[in-house]
Unconditional design. Sequence first.
Length: 384
Amino acid sequence: MLVERGKLERVRRSVNFPVLAVAVFTLVACGRPIRSTPPIEPRGDWPTLLGNAQRAGYATETVPAAPEEVWRSNVGRGLLTPVLVEGPVLIASTANRMVVTLNTETGERYWDRRLSGSVTGGVVRGGQRIFAATDDREGKAYALLLERGRTVWDRTIGAAAFPPLIVDDAVYFVTERGRVIALEIREGKERWRVDVSGAPTSTPVPHRESVLVATARDTLYRIDRSSGKILARAALPATVSAAPALVEDTVYLPLQSGDVVAYQLPELEELWRAPFGAPILAAPVVGPDGSLYVLNRDAELWRVRVGARAGEKLASLNGAARASLAATRDRLLVGRLDGKLFLLDMEGRVLWERDFDDSIVAPVTVADGAIYVPLLRGTIVKLR
């Protein structure tokens, strides 16, 4: 026993413990090896939630008639927002602080980045850069390079629960303290910030030379994009409950009351208000013919035809739904909180349904003939 202790003491003296500690820390911190994403030629930016202000970024995509599961991959806890797909690269953000990229063919990971807080609002993309914001107390805005996830810049802006908006050479963020902040897209320099009354309740909406911001004080603001000057404001009949949709000079705002209210721009003149059965937690989407499709909390699907001032119920899917509504060229995809995904035609007829083992909160993504389903606990499923 004395000999063994002596040997142990000689080993202890021979080891440089600080160096060993650094080596161990480095191995732990590195985690998975970082792999660069392959070169991509983006077909266009993805500057806002669901691709554009009509929430119709999949309008040219088609959905497989009888899809089968290709792969599933876990990216972390809390998939609350849709994933982005560009060619061979899928981008996801999670509530446990992760931004992750996957190979769309295999589901294997390229790289992941842990940010300072939860990314509950999701990410947007401009060219070869990804933009995100965190909703922790100190809240940061990030610009990451798509290739390896390297930070180009980050700025402390305060907690931000909604995705940013890219317009031209600026990216716009809204924070829980009631601020709208414009950052220069290249280096992250602040152009302006303006305080509004109440915490914003959705991502900003672009309209010509302004952005629209709705707040929890039931107010809609129109703000000049170049200066941050408040150009107009209007009192809302209730609190906005999801991202608005924009069609030319009309903005449609879903409300916690279960109504949709339409405003004429730029005057912010109320055009109409109509009930849709239950609170609306999904962003309304604009179909190829210009009709507005609305999903309420009770998984009822509604349509507002062009020129109409009220909705018609298309389908009752007998469950509970949150934000999972997506439109393609000629189909609608609805996810329920019990994990069931429905494909419907534009008249509300169910064409197929699939069961998953977890809640579907976020809209699915449709790209290149495939469907990517984000499940709440962190798994992404590819169907083709």
